[in-house]
Ligand binder design. Structure first.
Ligand code: NAD
Length: 477
């Protein structure tokens, strides 16, 4: 049976809740905390909608969508909208739960929400996509709002779709003779085009944030384990099932090379699954910092380019040919068939690289392949790419996992900046956005790191524990 993302999210939650409860000595306080935590096991509200869309052949087709409002203890519900043929309610619930944790980790005054429509948008024309967005918005407009629930882009949705959403929302408000200010209408979603009230730097934010997180982890790790196979064997034998809660030590070589990256010592190698918004930008920033991107993939397959690929050129090639797998082996300033080979998505995950970055969908690293992962570190840029069982296997094998709720929280940080700019009528330039992002990422990382040190748990557990502490207290500081 395929992994259920919501069951997985609940398993992560239960583990963090147990750690938190075990740290409370007073029986009364523990019982009070337990009852508060219990509320967080389920979303506040689940909305299922069905709506007709007029297709280009003039026939109407019925589509199904969801909006899940998980928790708003720290502020309005916040979370993207996904268009994908495999969207399920449980997936949206899991994503909304992870947003709840992520907003607390990021230190932004939002709760967690998520939306999804069951559709393969690649099969729709632009007009059909616009009407689909209008149809979905017309079913959820009365439960969203700048102070209630603020959607954003996610897989297969973008700034153009966000613009259509705002337009439909404004139209609906008009029918109710609403007196809502323009600034509040704009702030109903984030991830808008810059000329329509979007923030500078939102497109790059998740990838760039991931780069800042990785920098912070590499700089702070007390990296002792040697990179040799013997050293890795050692690390394996030191960890057992009872020590899965401790942070695995990454390789010394990894740290040294990171420090020397600018001096062009052996560059750290990276494989990235998914080459959309997140996958591309993390590739770009890592490549600029001297990391070597040796493999990338999209939904149709991947490419292995041992010399290290040029991210920009690879993206242009993907756009031109429709998929990376059509032979996008772009090194330096050329794409040349002799520079690489095609690989499957599964092969990409098992490459012997320093850093593996899943940046596509959830559950891609699971019990079936966790034992075969050769990377030394995994930066989770996608939401929920590792199942809890796989997480345990990786921990036992000494592979450091930087969890999604920290790794990709740069996106929601800049979404918050956009919301703030809309509400206050401000326009920030890219420099301000990026420097604020870097500062906030450092703070988020340091909170998670301190929790990890205090409880001696994994980074994921630390992120969850520190987030849950804030959510139950109703305070995001
Ligand atoms: P996107 O739609 O821009 O890109 C998704 C990419 O994944 C595409 O290249 C697609 O071809 C690829 N893909 C799909 N199935 C695949 C498979 N089986 N194997 C390999 N590649 C596959 O989406 P995105 O915005 O880049 O989001 C990617 C992930 O990051 C998602 O999990 C999303 O929830 C998460 N995320 C996104 C943001 C953001 O700001 N966009 C923020 C936080 C988290």
């Amino acid at each position: 049976m395929p992994d259920n993302p919501f069951t997985n999210a609940q398993a992560q939650f239960d583990q963090a809740a147990r750690i938190l409860l075990a740290s409370i000595t007073s029986k009364t306080k523990r019982a009070k905390l337990a009852s508060k935590l219990d509320i967080l096991r389920q979303p506040d509200r689940v909305i299922e909608v069905n709506f007709p869309v007029k297709m280009d052949d003039r026939a109407y087709k019925l589509f199904q969508g969801f909006r899940v409002q998980y928790d708003n203890s720290l502020g309005p519900y916040k979370g993207g909208i996904r268009y994908h043929q495999n969207v399920t309610l449980d997936e949206v619930k899991a994503l909304a739960f992870w947003m709840t944790i992520k907003c607390a980790v990021a230190g932004v005054p939002f709760g967690g929400g998520k939306g999804g429509v069951v559709v393969d948008p690649k099969k729709l024309s632009k007009g059909e996509l616009e009407r689909l967005t209008q149809g979905y918005t017309s079913r959820i407009w009365d439960v969203i709002g700048a102070r209630r629930d603020v959607p954003a882009p996610d897989v297969n949705t973008n700034s153009m779709i966000m613009e259509w959403l705002v337009e439909e929302y404004a139209k609906k408000l008009k029918t109710q003779s609403s007196k809502l200010k323009t600034s509040e209408i704009k702030a109903v979603v984030t991830g808008k085009p810059v000329e329509k009230g979007g923030s500078q730097g939102r497109t790059e934010a998740t990838g760039l944030g991931g780069y800042y997180v990785l920098q912070a982890v590499l700089a702070n790790s007390k990296l002792k384990t040697p990179a040799s196979p013997a050293g890795r064997q050692n690390a394996k034998s030191k960890t057992n099932s009872s020590s899965i809660n401790s942070l695995p030590e990454a390789d010394q070589l990894l740290a040294e090379n990171f420090k020397n990256n600018q001096k062009s010592a052996r560059p750290l190698t990276v494989a990235i699954q998914g080459y959309g918004n997140v996958g591309y930008f993390i590739a770009k920033y890592l490549s600029e910092a001297g990391f070597k991107i040796v493999a990338v993939s999209d939904s149709q397959g991947g490419v292995l380019v041992p010399e290290g690929l040029n991210p920009e050129l690879t993206l242009s090639c993907k756009r031109e040919r429709g998929t990376l797998a059509a032979g996008c082996y772009c090194v330096g300033s050329v794409c040349d068939l002799n520079k690489g080979k095609t690989i499957t998505q599964d092969e990409l995950l098992k490459l012997d690289v320093d850093i593996l970055i899943p940046a596509a969908l959830e559950n891609v690293i699971n019990v079936a392949n966790a034992r075969k992962i050769k990377a030394r570190m995994i930066l989770e840029m996608a939401n929920g790419p590792i199942t809890p069982e796989a997480d345990r296997v990786l921990a036992k094998r000494g592979i450091l996992v930087i969890p999604d709720v920290l790794a990709n929280c740069g996106g929601v940080m800049v979404s918050y900046f956009e919301w703030l700019q809309n509400i206050k009528g401000e326009r920030w330039n890219k420099e301000k956005v990026f420097s604020q992002l870097e500062k906030n990422i450092r703070q988020a990382f340091s909170r998670v790191w301190k929790t990890q040190q205090k409880y001696q748990i994994s980074l994921r557990q630390a992120a969850f524990v520190s987030a849950l502490e804030k959510i139950v207290a109703g305070k995001n500081d």
